[in-house]
Design a protein around this ligand. Structure first.
Ligand code: APR
Length: 404
């Protein structure tokens, strides 16, 4: 058989194959490489695409500490902003929570995810880390044995087979790791029934806090990204395309829901990006299938209401890196055995708080029989009143809001 006829003529190997170069894969790759583990990252997209994809931007104090611990936080400290206040705007007026100084809280770092990804990638490559861009993982095979392998499509279209001792699936919600799970894997799925229109505005932030506007017409959110760019969200009717409204109407609606007439005007600017986000979530259980381990979005999707996704991804990557290093350098596999239970405890905690935030901020979900009903609105109002007036409730919020 000639090479072009053989479906997997090219063979390569590493001790650990990491699928995906998002926050999870890049933290894992950096930590493994620093520990002297032979690893390779396989990334479907180009380097430019990975470094410019706008995603989340809110990093919890624990995430900063993890990055610090491994010398990965230089950019975060140089260019990130600190943030410790959120402002709720409701029919009963507005109130601020200085969560950064409450209880066990702490301040967020506001640092666009593409900057973090760029830092992590540069750090990895500068130290000789191996990565293949435009290399799509197709499937993970033989994960139940001691020599799993990954089939890939190389940039030139050639199929390749990568064999390893372990495979880390950090390739997100639509990646090959999820597609390769055995029948025993369970995906717990939940739809919060809410949709957001996400907007990236070329405009300076309009308030010096994260803004959560709770309004009968639906939620509106305000999140600073940089001095010139602000993220806005509008609760949106599911099924309506992102470009259905002209810019003027979007800004007018943001004004109404953010109650600009009472609390000051919003800084308007060109809307550079629009995206639809259905607030759905899921958890894969367990996170280990033989030699295949899931981390980040591949392990669990979170609705963006509490900005936990990137933070969980970094935490799981650190835990997995330690466990893989112990296994490969000392033959100690206890960490790998614990990995799934340990991460699932964090994941379910984050899912619970995200669900609570989602119920706090939105009018009744699409399809809810109580939609628009007095009952749903009254519960929401009571929850907000408790958060406004109860110190214990505020401390609970602060701890959960910044923690993972
Ligand atoms: N083969 C190789 N790479 C793949 C494949 C594949 N089949 N499928 C996806 N990828 C790559 C994507 O191109 C992406 O770069 O995997 C990477 C996954 O990165 P993220 O989606 O950023 O996921 P993760 O690293 O788990 O980060 C978690 O932070 O902002 C949050 O929700 C956001 O949420 C992302 C998160």
């Amino acid at each position: 058989m000639t090479e072009s006829q053989n479906p997997c003529a090219l063979r390569e190997s590493a001790d650990v194959i990491v699928l995906g170069a998002g926050p999870a894969g890049l933290v894992l790759g950096n930590l493994l490489h620093a520990a002297g583990i032979d690893c390779v990252l396989l990334e479907r997209a180009s380097r430019t695409h990975v470094q410019t994809r706008a995603r989340a931007g809110f990093l919890a104090p624990d995430t900063g500490r993890i990055l610090d611990r491994h010398g990965l936080a230089d950019g975060l400290h140089r260019r990130g902003l600190r943030h410790g206040t959120c402002e709720f705007r409701t029919e009963d007026g507005r109130f601020r929570l200085d969560y950064g100084s409450l209880g066990q809280g702490g301040q967020h770092h506001v640092y666009p995810q593409q900057n973090l990804v760029t830092d992590l990638l540069t750090h990895y490559l500068d130290r000789g880390g191996r990565i293949r861009f435009q290399t799509e993982a197709l499937a993970v095979r033989d994960a139940d044995g001691t020599r799993p392998y990954v089939t890939t499509r190389e940039p030139d279209g050639r199929p390749t087979r990568w064999s390893a001792r372990y495979v880390a699936g950090c390739d997100g919600r639509h990646g090959a790791a999820r597609r390769s799970l055995p029948p025993g894997a369970v995906r717990h799925h939940h739809d919060h029934g809410v949709t957001w229109l996400g907007l990236l505005a070329e405009a300076p932030p309009s308030l010096d806090a994260v803004g959560y506007a709770v309004h009968d017409r639906g939620f509106a959110g305000h999140m600073a990204r940089t001095a010139d760019v602000t993220r806005y969200y509008l609760q949106w009717q599911r099924g309506i395309p992102a470009d259905a409204w002209p810019e003027q109407r979007i800004w007018d609606e943001l004004d109404v829901r953010m109650r600009a007439a009472d609390h000051g005007p919003l800084h308007r600017g060109t809307l550079r990006e629009r995206g639809i986000f259905d607030l759905t979530c899921d958890v894969i259980e367990p996170l280990r299938h033989g030699s295949l381990f899931l981390a980040g979005d591949a392990a669990s999707l979170l609705a963006p209401a509490a900005a936990k996704g990137a933070n969980l991804a970094v935490l799981e990557a650190e835990i997995l890196a330690g466990a893989l290093t112990d296994a490969l350098t000392r033959g100690d596999t206890a960490g790998l055995d614990r990995y799934s239970d340990q991460c699932l405890a964090h994941i379910w905690r984050a899912q619970e708080f995200t669900g609570w935030m989602t119920r706090l901020l939105h009018t009744a979900p699409d399809g809810d029989q109580d939609a628009g009903s007095f009952f749903h609105a009254a519960l929401r109002r009571s929850r907000l009143a408790s958060l406004r007036t109860s110190r214990i409730h505020q401390e609970w919020f602060a701890e959960n809001y910044v923690g993972v």
